[in-house]
Design a protein around this ligand. Structure first.
Ligand code: ASP
Length: 353
């Protein structure tokens, strides 16, 4: 039961667009963006929480396929401006690029000690069987939750979808139609949603520094992603590696970080590294890790100067590179930071590896 004397949690909803914000026009039956100024009228159950819920919207709301680093900065700016005014933030976002936004924000929002919960839905909030209403309500509850010390339970960017809360920079969209659309294959859930919200407290991120919250803007888009496949032609690789102004390459390799051993392949990589690019090796597998040197097929890449991404997701690898170059770091600083976790996005290899 709500305690009338308790301070009401203050939550800011940031509506960017996506399926969750759609509602059927009763006259035309067409799907159209939901009017967030009438949020409580459309999701009356939110009233039962007795929170102060306010919202800001992207104008116009966007399909997340149009999301860009400029939009990430817009979201980050809203969080920065309102950081001390709210207990938690809920970002409503399309599912398609949600894991990229979650990863990008995790790097940009430095020393975050409040929840930034990103959610969306597979069915529009205005549909009878929508998953959006439940996702929205649960995300708001998580954004208001406190731990036993009275501090925010979640102090990081996380994705809430259906039955799970995932670390944002560890999650990947895994299904275009399943209500459990996201999963983190290399890191446990932060919470399991069932009858209650059961937090996995050991998995939640906690800062060890006392640095104040700040936002780092300036994501650098000058990176290229290359997906390996059997039959990749030298001209295709060379063309990608000669994209003008490229600073970093995310190389999506096979299995435990393996790539062709042909001399031409390694020569192209060495040439790119010699011209000042940073090449970052991540696996195409959804789970597991790049294990440099485990096979001859990855050994040669290590000697060529390719940096191992361990168990980082592609989404986190891309946004981390954009972030590091965007901070004006030189290549050796970028290379070093790519191998260490900045905010829980990768697992450090065991000391004997
Ligand atoms: N295309 C939509 C988007 O990502 C899909 C969704 O919202 O789930 O914005």
């Amino acid at each position: 039961m709500n305690n009338p004397t308790a301070r009401r949690p203050r939550i800011l909803l940031i509506y960017t667009g996506g399926t969750i914000g759609m509602i059927e026009n009763p006259e035309t039956r067409a799907l159209q963006p939901f009017d967030f100024d009438h949020l409580i009228d459309n999701v009356p159950k939110l009233k039962m929480l007795n929170y102060v819920i306010e919202n800001v919207s992207f104008t116009p709301p966007i399909d997340s396929s149009d999301m860009s680093p400029e939009h990430w900065e817009e979201i980050a700016r809203v969080v920065e401006t309102n950081y001390h005014l709210y207990d938690g933030f809920v970002v409503l976002h399309g599912t398609d690029t949600m894991a990229y936004t979650a990863s990008a924000l995790s790097f940009m929002l430095r020393n975050l000690r409040k929840p930034v919960i990103i959610t969306g839905s597979q069915l529009p909030i205005g549909e009878v069987r929508t998953d959006g209403e439940e996702n929205l309500i649960t995300a708001v509850q998580i954004a208001a939750a406190l731990d036993r010390h009275g501090d925010p339970m979640v102090q990081e960017v996380a994705i809430l979808f259906e039955n799970y809360l995932w670390r944002g920079n560890r999650a990947t969209k895994r299904s275009a139609d399943n209500f459990n659309a996201f999963k983190s294959h290399n890191y446990p859930q932060l919470a399991k949603i069932g009858l209650g919200i059961n937090y996995n407290e050991d998995a939640l991120y906690r800062h060890h520094s006392h640095e104040p919250f700040s936002v780092c803007y300036g994501m650098d888009k000058r990176i290229v992603v290359i997906d390996l496949y059997p039959g990749l032609r030298r001209e295709v690789l060379r063309y990608a590696l000669h994209t003008p102004d490229t600073k970093g390459v995310v190389l999506r390799s096979f299995g435990a970080g393996n790539a062709p051993t042909s001399p031409w392949f390694l020569d192209e990589l060495k040439d790119a590294i010699g011209r000042g690019m940073v090449v970052y090796n991540v696996t195409q597998c959804v789970g597991g890790s790049v294990l440099p040197g485990r096979y001859a097929a990855s050994d040669a890449m290590v000697s060529a100067g390719v940096v191992s991404g361990g168990d980082i997701t592609t989404e986190a690898a891309i946004t981390k590179m954009m972030f590091l170059f965007g901070q004006g770091m030189d290549n050796s600083e970028v290379r070093h930071n790519l191998t260490v976790p900045l905010c829980g996005e990768m697992t450090l290899p065991a000391a004997d590896e």
